[in-house]
Ligand binder design. Structure first.
Ligand SMILES: Cc1cc2nc3c(=O)[nH]c(=O)nc-3n(C[C@H](O)[C@H](O)[C@H](O)COP(=O)(O)O)c2cc1C
Length: 403
């Protein structure tokens, strides 16, 4: 783990005097973030093959973005069973730990902080991605609508329909918690600065939380207390590895991605947020369910606003929001005390120096969805910084030690 980041930068201090919140520092667990512009977790499906190992190219990509107040890594499977897309990195093999160490060192050398997002996809997978071609696991045997992204015989990415997953036996649940514990320990060995537990976007922990994907009749299904049990067990176990002040949790209340639905999201997620309070986590990270409206420059729907306000009310620690933010909306939401940190996703894909661009009001490059998943440097490490646009040479990215 790196030392806590330096306190306020000159830019942050001048922002403080001008009353701008986006560029004010913030204490986050043992760290002091120089500003509030976080890089959201972004799957890019570019881990080295075979073995889903982070590579020099991945280290370059993260180091380029080290001016974020905090980098949250792409979702990283804690086990082979936890994988749901082709070429995503894991944190369960020795090679993967070494690969992540190179990423963490690159980020630290560039002055940044990185948390690893710990991931188990549950039913959002396919036998082609599972050990020994087995069925993906889930709280209940309910097939999601949609398609899985796998590698075909020619080594290309392709979409195939999801299958009906196998419902986990109650005896297996301690081993799911164990997968997160091992992932958390490996992340620590890799030298990242903390972890974020991915309990959002319709993956395994979210499948347990939401009523439509959890039809269990044992102590992990039915009541909201039971549906939340696995998340809280995972949070407790991961906090034992890291200390709660280096652990974040990501939720997506009212989310619909990956065919998820809850019959009473305010009750469900209000309960989750109030339970998470007890851990004194580094932060709670919430995905805005109406990012599309915010992106159009409008207020999110009343339902979305109500659940975001509920998260703020029930959770008393540091709150990070993501989804559809631009500079002005981020500043306005911080000013209105709706959040403490704002995570940017797509804008960070195409603007490695996003905090500086936001600070000076520079134009932003548009991202290209064609290069989101898979491939190499194109659309990944080739977006220029402002300094490069002024003619500076790019910082040497691939250090020999990173090979
Ligand atoms: C290419 C891509 C990959 C993503 N991968 C992840 C991921 O690995 N984990 C996660 O929690 N969210 C993931 N998301 C969601 C983002 O973290 C973020 O919530 C979303 O992009 C909305 O923020 P934005 O409007 O600033 O882009 C991904 C989004 C995109 C566009």
């Amino acid at each position: 783990m790196s030392q806590p980041a330096a306190a306020a930068t000159p830019a942050a201090l001048s922002a403080q005097t001008s009353g701008e919140k986006l560029f004010q520092p913030l204490k986050l667990g043992p760290y002091t973030l120089p500003h509030r512009v976080v890089m959201a977790p972004l799957t890019r499906s570019r881990a080295h093959q075979p073995g889903n190992v982070p590579s020099a190219l991945n280290a370059c990509y993260y180091a380029q973005r080290a001016s974020a107040a905090l980098l949250i890594s792409e979702a990283t499977q804690v086990s082979m069973q936890g994988q749901g897309y082709a070429w995503t990195p894991g944190i369960h093999s020795r090679e993967q730990i070494e690969g992540w160490r190179v990423v963490a060192e690159g980020v630290h050398e560039a002055g940044g902080l990185i948390f690893m997002q710990l991931w188990h996809v549950g039913r959002i997978s396919h036998p082609a991605l599972q050990p020994d071609g087995m069925l993906p696991v889930a709280p209940s045997a309910i097939r999601p609508a949609g398609e899985a992204f796998i590698e075909n015989a020619r080594g290309e990415g392709t979409l195939v329909p999801f299958v009906t997953p196998r419902a986990l036996h109650i005896e297996e649940i301690p081993y799911i918690v164990r997968q997160y514990v091992l992932g958390a320990r490996h992340a620590r060995n890799a030298g990242v600065d903390g972890v974020e537990i991915h309990a959002a976007n319709g993956y395994l922990l979210d499948q347990f939380i939401n009523s439509a994907t959890n039809h269990r009749t044992d102590s992990y299904g039915g009541s909201v207390e039971n549906r939340t049990r696995l998340l809280l067990e995972v949070v407790e176990a991961v906090c034992e590895v890291w200390g709660a002040d280096r652990v974040g949790v990501r939720l997506s209340p009212r989310g619909t991605f990956n065919d998820i639905h809850d019959d009473d999201p305010e009750v469900t997620f209000g309960y989750v947020a109030s339970q998470l309070n007890e851990f004194r986590l580094a932060y709670l990270h919430v995905v805005n369910p109406d990012a599309a409206a915010l992106e159009r420059g409008e207020e999110p729907s009343p339902d979305a606003l109500r659940i975001l306000a509920l998260m703020r009310e029930k959770y008393h620690g540091t709150l990070m929001l993501a989804g559809g933010f631009a500079r002005d909306s981020a500043e306005a939401w911080l000013q209105a005390d709706r959040a403490d940190l704002i995570a940017f996703g797509r804008k960070f894909i195409s603007n490695p120096d996003l905090p500086e661009r936001l600070r000076v009001g520079a134009p932003l490059h548009a991202d290209d969805p064609v290069t989101y998943y898979g491939g190499g440097a194109k659309g990944y490490t080739d977006y220029p910084t402002l300094a490069q646009e002024r003619g500076e040479q790019p910082r040497a990215c691939v250090d020999q030690r990173w090979r």
